[in-house]
Design a binder for this molecule. Structure first.
Ligand SMILES: Nc1ncnc2c1ncn2[C@@H]1O[C@H](COP(=O)(O)OP(=O)(O)O)[C@@H](O)[C@H]1O
Ligand SMILES: [Mg+2]
Length: 306
C-alpha cells in the first residue's frame, strides 16, 4: 500500500491543561505526515471522539495529545476497543508513566536512580514543610511542568490554593541541584542527550514552550560516562514500562558536589512534545532522521495493545 492510500487521523487538542501544546504538536506532525506522503485528517478531540473516528475510519491514529486523557491510557483504551492502530505507547505504559509515584516505583525496582520523595496530602502542608527545603512539589499526573513548584528556604508556598486543580495528593521530592538533561528513545533505541539551560532558574512551562525560552545543547557537554548512563537509563526506563514508539526521559544531573556527579531520572514522557522547539525532533535530526521520516516511522510502528 502506498502512503497516499494510508489515511492518518492526527488526534490533537482536547480539554487537558496542555491543550495548546498539543494543538501545536498536532499541527506540526500533520504537516510532516503530509510531506511524508500520507493522507491526513486533523481532529481536535472532544467527548464524541469515538463516534467521529467510527464515521471517519482512518487506518491509523497519530496521537498528538498531551496530558490527561491523551497521555494516560484513556484514549489508548478507546482505540484498542475501536481496533484502530495508534502511535506511541499503549494503555499500561501510558497510565503508569503518567502517575509519577508509580512510575518511580517501577524504575527503582529496575535499579534506575530517581530522586527520593513521597506522596503528601495537600492538607499536611498546613503543619509546615513536609521535608527540609529546598524541595519540589509536583502534581502526580500532569506534564509540561504544570503545577510544579520549587520550595526554597523561607518560601511559604502551599499547594491547594483556590486555583489548585491537581488533586489532593502531590509528589514531594528533594530538589536536585545541577543541570537538566533529556534523552529521547525511538523504537527502543536512545537517540542522544540534550542539555537544556534556561535563565529562569528552572525549566518551567514558559521556558519549555516559548520561542527562545530555553537553550538546547546537543550533544550535551557532559562527561562521557554520564552520557552513556543517560542513554542506557532512558532505554531501560522505556523498556521497564513497556513503552512503544517515541518516549523522552527527563533527568537532573548533579555535578555540583562530585566529579563526574550523579544522574537522577525524573520521569518518562510517553507523549513528548513534537513542536518546532521540541527536543525529540531535534535529537532525531541529530541522528539523521528528518521530521517527516520520524513521523512516518511512528505511523509504520502504530498498533493496538490487542
Ligand atoms: N527533584 C527535582 N529536583 C530539581 N528539579 C526538579 C525536580 N523535579 C522536577 N524538577 C524540575 O521541574 C521540571 C518538571 O518536572 P518533571 O518531573 O519533568 O515533570 P513534568 O515535565 O511532567 O511537569 C523538571 O524539568 C525540572 O526542571
Ligand atoms: Mg518533564
Amino acid at each position: 500500500m502506498s502512503r497516499a492510500d494510508i489515511h492518518v487521523a492526527v488526534l490533537k487538542g482536547g480539554w487537558s491543561p496542555e491543550r495548546e501544546v498539543s494543538l501545536s504538536t498536532g499541527q506540526e506532525c500533520a504537516k510532516a505526515l503530509r510531506q511524508a506522503g500520507f493522507r491526513v485528517s486533523e481532529i481536535d478531540i472532544d467527548r464524541s471522539i469515538a463516534g467521529t473516528l467510527e464515521a471517519l475510519h482512518p487506518d491509523v491514529c497519530f496521537n498528538a495529545l498531551h496530558g490527561p486523557v491523551g497521555e494516560d491510557g484513556t484514549i489508548q483504551g478507546m482505540l484498542n476497543v475501536l481496533g484502530i492502530p495508534y502511535t506511541h505507547s499503549g494503555v499500561r505504559a501510558s497510565s503508569v508513566a503518567m502517575d509519577k509515584p508509580t512510575a518511580k516505583d517501577v524504575f527503582t525496582r529496575h535499579g534506575l536512580r530517581c530522586p527520593g520523595g513521597m506522596v503528601v496530602h495537600i492538607q499536611e502542608f498546613e503543619r509546615g514543610h513536609p521535608m527540609t527545603p529546598p524541595y519540589v512539589i509536583k502534581p502526580i499526573d500532569q506534564g509540561s511542568s504544570v503545577g510544579v513548584h520549587i520550595v526554597r528556604d523561607g518560601d511559604n508556598y502551599r499547594p491547594g490554593g483556590e486555583d489548585w486543580t491537581f488533586g489532593e495528593r502531590v509528589l514531594v521530592e528533594p530538589f536536585i541541584d545541577g543541570r537538566e538533561l533529556t534523552v529521547a528513545v525511538l523504537d527502543g533505541e536512545a537517540l542522544e542527550v540534550t542539555e537544556i539551560t534556561s535563565d529562569r532558574g528552572f525549566y518551567d512551562y514558559e521556558a519549555k514552550y516559548a520561542e527562545g525560552g530555553s537553550i538546547h545543547l546537543i550533544p550535551a557537554p557532559i562527561p562521557d560516562p554520564i552520557r552513556q548512563e543517560a542513554l542506557d537509563v532512558a532505554r531501560r526506563a522505556h523498556e521497564a514500562l513497556g513503552c512503544r514508539g517515541v518516549t523522552r526521559c527527563d533527568f537532573r544531573y548533579d555535578d555540583t558536589a562530585a566529579d563526574p556527579g550523579t544522574l537522577y531520572l525524573l520521569e518518562i514522557n510517553t507523549q513528548p512534545g513534537m513542536t518546532p522547539t521540541s527536543l525529540v525532533p531535534e535529537q532525531a535530526a541529530y541522528r539523521g532522521i528528518s521530521f517527516p521520516d520520524l513521523v512516518a516511522r511512528m505511523v509504520e510502528g502504530a498498533r493496538c495493545d490487542y
